[in-house]
Design a protein around this ligand. Sequence first.
Ligand SMILES: [Zn+2]
Length: 438
Amino acid sequence: MAAVAVANGSAVNAVAGPSWATREAHIDKVISRPGPWTDESFEPAEVKTSLRSKCKTLVIGAGGLGCEILANLALTGFKEIHVIDMDEIDVSNLNRQFLFREKDVGRPKAVVAAEYVERRVPGVKIVPYHGKIQDKDDAYYMQFNIIICGLDSVEARRWINATVVNMAQVDPANQDAYKALIDGGTEGFKGQARVILPTITSCYECSLDLLNRQTTYPICTIANTPRLPEHCIEWASVLEWPRVHGDKNIDNDNPDHIQWLLEQASARAERFNITGVTWSLTQGVVKNIIPAIASTNAIVAAACTQEAFKFATTAAPFLNNYMMYSGNEGVYTYTYAYEKRKDCPVCGGESRELEIQKDWPIERLIEMLIETKDLQIKKPSLSGEKGPIYFQAPPQLEEQTRPNLTKTIGEMFEDGDGITVTDASLPFQLGIVLKFVA
Ligand SMILES: [Zn+2]
C-alpha cells in the first residue's frame, strides 16, 4: 500500500480517500523546507499558517478561467476564497465551465461555483458575490492579499487595475495596501498570465497597446492575392455576397447563408491552392468569433494559481512579470518583464503628450483619440482648463458643445495646454498635454 510521508514525519494512507491529510501532504512537502530559489525569510511554520489561515484571496470571474482557478486554489490549500461574477449560467458554458451542470442553467455562476467547490473540497470556505466588481469599494478590496482576474472584459480589467494601483498610491507607506494582482487571459489557443505589483511593476494599463483591434484584412489582399483561408471567406462575404445577392444582408445564424459562403470560399481557396476553409471557420470569420478552448483555460489558470501560491508561501520567486502561451502551432511559452510606461495614466507619473496641428478641427482631435490603440476609447468627452470642449452626453450638453467640433485647435488652445478626456470605458480621467507641431 502506498503511503505518503507528511511534514511532521508521520505517514498517512494515500489510498484511504481524499481526506484533508492526504490532500495536503503534497503541498506540505513543498512548503516544509526551503528550496534552491526560496526567499531567505522563508519559515515553514509561518508559511503554513499564512497559506492556511491568513491568506485571503479574491477571484474575479467564475467563467472558463474562474472555474479552473477556484478549483486549483482550493486544492492547493488556500482556505478562504471570495469570488465575484455578474453572470448567470448559460447552456453554452457547460462544455468548459466544469463546475456547472445542466440543472444549474440560469443560476448565478459565483454562487454555483462556490457551492460546488465547497462540496468537493471539505474545509475550504468560498464566499460568492453575484454582481459587478464596481459595486464594491476600496474597503472591500483592502481585505484581500491576492486578487486573481479570470475575466474576458477589457473594461473590467481596467477598472480593477486602476482601483488596485490607486489603493497603493493613496497610502504608499502601508504595506497592506499593496495587493498582488494576477491577471489571466485567453483567446482561442493563445493565453497569458501576468503579475502586477501596484506601482512597482508595469500595470494592465501600461500594456493596452498589446490588445488587438478587430481583425480586418486589406481589401486588395482579399480581392487579388489571398493567402489564408480567412481571406477566401472574407472575399465570399464582403465581395461575392453583395455581387450575387444585392442588398440582402447575410444572416450569421442562417445555416443556408453560411453554407453558401462556405461553398464560394472553398471554390476560391481551391483556385489559389489554399486549404483550411471549413464550416466552423466560415462561421467564425463571419461572426468574428474566437472559440473558447478548455485546455488553454486550464493552462493559464494553473499558471495564475501557481503565482498565487508563490505569493502566499514565498516558496519560490514569482513571475517577472508576463508569461505568454501559444498553442496555435505546437506549444510555446515565453516569459519577459513588461516594462512600466512613464506616461501610463494609472501608474506612471509623467503626463502624456499628444502632437497635433493647430489648424486641425477639434473633431479631428477626437478621432485621433479614438484611433490611439493604447487608449481603447470609443466616445471621448473633452474638457479644457476653462470648461467643457465637447461632451458626448447628456444630450443638452452635447448640443451646446457641438459647435466647438468645427473650431480649430488653435482657436481653443495654446501650445502646452492640458485637456481632460473622459469616456465610459475609462475608469479614470485622462490628462493629456497638447503639443503643437507644424
Ligand atoms: Zn501602468
